[in-house]
Design a protein. Structure first.
Length: 408
C-alpha cells in the first residue's frame, strides 16, 4: 500500500527583490527576474520537468500524491502556457487524473503576488486544478509596500483577492507582516481590517524578522528601532482582531479554516515530501535532500544531482524540524518524528545542541515534554518565537546546518 506524498514545485523567480525576504538573499537579481523568453528560464522549466520525469517512476511505487504546493520565489509569475506545461508534466507522471484534474488531491496550493495575478491567469490556475491560493500581500499600506520593495500597491492587492474569488477560489490565504520597525498600531489595525473586508478565509500573519543579508536588516543596523514589546503588541493586536472576527489561531501566524494542510504536513512531518526545482528540499525515505538556493545554472545543468543528501536524524535537522513543529499547537508528535527520521524523539533531543535550543525556548515560555511528544503551551508560542527571532536561532539554510556531501 502506498503512502501519501506532498509534491512541491519551486519557482525561483520574482518581479522584485523584496527588502525583507531572506529567501532571495542568495539569489542573484539576474536570475531572480528572468523573463518568460529568457533561455535560462526556459532551461529551468525543462530541467524541472526532467527531474519530475526521471524521479517520478520510483516515487509512484511507494507513494500516491496527496497534497500539491507550488511556491518560490513567486509561482504565479509563470505565464499561463508555462503553468499548463509544468502542471501537465506532474499530471502525466503522477497520473493525478485526466485533463489536469486534481480531484484526487486533498489540497493544491499556488503562491502568488498581486502584480502577477490577472483574471485570465487565475481562471487558468483554477481550471488546471488548484483549489487554494496564497497571495503575498504583506501590507495594505502603500507607503509600507514601497518601503519594503514590493512590486504591487494596496489597490492591486485588493483587486487580486477579489479576482481570485471571482475565478472560483473558495480557499484564499493572504500573507501580512506586522511589527516592522516604527510601524504604528494604527497601521497594523488598518491593514488587518482591510484584509477582513475581503473574501479571505485564512490569514498568515508573520512578525517581522530582520533576516541577515536583507536590505531592511542593514537599515536596522544603521539606526532603525527594533522593539520586542512592540512586536508582541502588534501580533497580539492582530490576533485579537482576527479571532474576534471568527478566525481561530491554530498555529503561530496561522488563522482561519480550513487549516493549511501542506504546511501542517511539512511542519509536523505528517508525510514525506518531494521537492522539484532549484532551492527545493525533500524528505524521502528518511533522507533529507536539497538543491542549493541561488544556483540556477547548476540545477539547469544537472537537475538529478542533489546538493545535500543527509540522514533525517542529523542533529541540525532535528533543530530545524523542531523550530517548525513547535510553532503549531500540537507540536512535534513523537510517533511521526520516529517514523520520518528513524530515531526516537527523546533520543534526538538529548543531543547537546538540541537540548540547548529547547532550554532557550523554555526561558521564554512553557515547553511541555511527555510520551506523546514536545509542544509549547499555546499561550506562549508567539512570545517564544518572537523572542527567538532576535537571538541565535537555528539557521534553516541547509548549507550551514548540515554536515553534508557536496557535489564538485
Amino acid at each position: 500500500m502506498t503512502q501519501p506524498l506532498l509534491i512541491y514545485a519551486n519557482i525561483p523567480f520574482c518581479n522584485s527583490k523584496c527588502h525583507f525576504c531572506d529567501w532571495v538573499v542568495q539569489v542573484p537579481v539576474r536570475d531572480l527576474r528572468l523573463g518568460e523568453q529568457s533561455p535560462a528560464r526556459q532551461s529551468y522549466l525543462e530541467a524541472i520537468k526532467t527531474q519530475i520525469r526521471v524521479q517520478s517512476p520510483t516515487l509512484r511505487e511507494l507513494y500516491h500524491p496527496d497534497i500539491v504546493y507550488w511556491g518560490g520565489g513567486t509561482a504565479s509569475i509563470l505565464s499561463t502556457g508555462e503553468i499548463e506545461s509544468l502542471y501537465g508534466a506532474l499530471a502525466d507522471q503522477f497520473a493525478l487524473a485526466d485533463q489536469f484534474d486534481l480531484s484526487t488531491v486533498r489540497e493544491a496550493t499556488i503562491e502568488g503576488s498581486p502584480e502577477s495575478l490577472t483574471p485570465d491567469k487565475l481562471r487558468v490556475l483554477r481550471g488546471v486544478g488548484f483549489n487554494r491560493i496564497s497571495i503575498g500581500v504583506q501590507s495594505f499600506d502603500d507607503a509600507r509596500l514601497r518601503r519594503i520593495g514590493r512590486a504591487h500597491g494596496a489597490s492591486q492587492a485588493i483587486q487580486a483577492v477579489r479576482d481570485a474569488h471571482e475565478a472560483g477560489f473558495g480557499n484564499i490565504n493572504i500573507d501580512l507582516i506586522v511589527g516592522f520597525p516604527g510601524q504604528s498600531s494604527t497601521e497594523v489595525a488598518e491593514s488587518v481590517r482591510t484584509a477582513l473586508s475581503l473574501p479571505v478565509n485564512h490569514f498568515s500573519i508573520y512578525p517581522y524578522r530582520a533576516s541577515p543579508g536583507t536590505i531592511l536588516r542593514k537599515q536596522v543596523h544603521r539606526g532603525g528601532q527594533l522593539d520586542l514589546n512592540m512586536q508582541l503588541s502588534a501580533y497580539e493586536l492582530t490576533r485579537e482582531l482576527l479571532t474576534g472576527a471568527g478566525f481561530p489561531e491554530y498555529a503561530m501566524s496561522y488563522f482561519g479554516a480550513p487549516r493549511c494542510q501542506s504546511d501542517e504536513a511539512y511542519y509536523q512531518l505528517r508525510m514525506d515530501w518531494i521537492g522539484f526545482g532549484s532551492g527545493a528540499n525533500s524528505l524521502i525515505g528518511r533522507r533529507y535532500l536539497t538543491y542549493d538556493k541561488g544556483k540556477l545554472a547548476r540545477y539547469n545543468a544537472n537537475p538529478l544531482a542533489f546538493d545535500v543528501n543527509a540522514p533525517a536524524d542529523s542533529p541540525q535537522l532535528t533543530l530545524h524540524f523542531l523550530s517548525q513543529a513547535l510553532t503549531t499547537v500540537e507540536g512535534m508528535d513523537a510517533r511521526l518524528f520516529q517514523q520520518r527520521t528513524g530515531t526516537p524523539l527523546r533520543t534526538a533531543c538529548e543531543q547537546p545542541e538540541v537540548m540547548s535550543y529547547l532550554l532557550k525556548m523554555n526561558d521564554h515560555g512553557r515547553v511541555i515534554v511527555d510520551r506523546d511528544g514536545i509542544r509549547i503551551h499555546p499561550d506562549d508560542i508567539a512570545r517564544v518565537f518572537i523572542a527567538l527571532n532576535w537571538i541565535d536561532t537555528p539557521d534553516t539554510d541547509d548549507r550551514e546546518v548540515i554536515q553534508l556531501t557536496t557535489r564538485p
